[in-house]
Design a binder for this molecule. Structure first.
Ligand code: ADP
Length: 265
């Protein structure tokens, strides 16, 4: 399991796309759990990092996957030479420390794992630890944040209504064209005109979603291509490698995307 605890010393830069900063601050003050909805690479993780910095809370990030067991979140007894010792999992540490706990792609986690979050995400703010008999009350400042990509594997996996309805949901879709160009420019150091070109290319590619393109380019992909361009790779080549090829293997779609690139740069 990938887990990261951090308190950044410098501000993680975030370009707001609506009223999400004020909304999140209210949720934090009112001790409400938050669900960030949006496609992969649209800025959910960066937003949480930025908010943790603004609110001066440590941030513990957990990437969810289908093997994630409740004990991976809560903790387990470890066998040592002189007996067993209890070791807190990342969720328990966040609850004790009053940290922001961010569960990325929560829909990937097994249902019996997600249920662990229930008593933490309502007014009880409790974490029962069955194995030690402890019933832990969340420290002030603790906040549960989950991310969720509504389009992805919607038919296969979804969150139960009993889980969803414990969260205030915030929609973080791709930013407006001007904001997205600003983000690409800021994150890659490419000039603003090229950043705008990449965004207009992305807008055209995103329209192909209903014509057989399973995944559309995220802001993250545009930034990869922009970094290549800023470091001297010719724009077309950077777009093939940074945008087209990661999105599709299918020859006719590849050729359609390459045409769009050639029409832009
Ligand atoms: P997600 O968690 O939604 O998959 P990320 O937060 O990792 O996406 O975003 C991918 C990258 O895109 C970030 O590392 C950051 O460089 C950039 N990014 C996207 N949206 C924003 C934004 N609104 N402000 C600043 N950077 C952003």
């Amino acid at each position: 399991m990938h887990e990261l605890a951090s308190m950044p010393s410098t501000e993680p830069w975030y370009q707001p796309t609506g009223n999400e900063v004020a909304l999140f601050e209210q949720c934090h003050q009112r001790r409400m759990a938050v669900m960030l909805k949006g496609p992969t690479g649209c800025g959910k993780t960066r937003f949480v990092e930025h908010m943790a910095w603004r609110l001066q809370r440590p941030l513990i990030t957990i990437a969810c996957h289908d093997d994630l067991a409740a004990s991976d979140l809560i903790g387990r007894y470890l066998i040592q030479h002189n007996g067993t010792v209890w070791q807190d999992g990342p969720l328990t540490r966040a609850v004790r420390q009053g940290a922001i706990c961010y569960l990325d792609e929560v829909v990937e986690a097994r249902q019996d794992t997600v249920v662990v979050l229930h008593a933490l995400s309502d007014h009880r703010r409790m974490l029962p630890i069955d194995k030690t008999g402890e019933n832990l009350e969340a420290a002030p400042g603790f906040q549960l944040v989950v991310s969720y990509n509504p389009g992805y594997q919607r038919m296969l996996k979804d969150l139960k209504p009993s889980t969803r309805q414990r969260f205030v949901a915030m929609d973080l879709d791709f930013p407006s064209a001007e904001n997205e160009a600003r983000i690409v420019h800021h994150e890659s150091n490419v000039d603003l005109a090229t950043a705008r070109g990449l965004v207009s290319l992305a807008e055209r590619i995103r329209k192909l979603r209903d014509r057989g393109l399973a995944e559309v380019p995220s802001t993250r992909l545009l930034i990869s291509a922009a970094i290549l361009i800023a470091n001297g790779i010719p724009p077309r080549e950077a777009c093939y490698a940074g945008i087209v090829s990661p999105l599709t293997d299918e020859p006719s779609m590849t050729s359609a995307l390459r045409d769009l690139v050639n029409g832009t740069f």
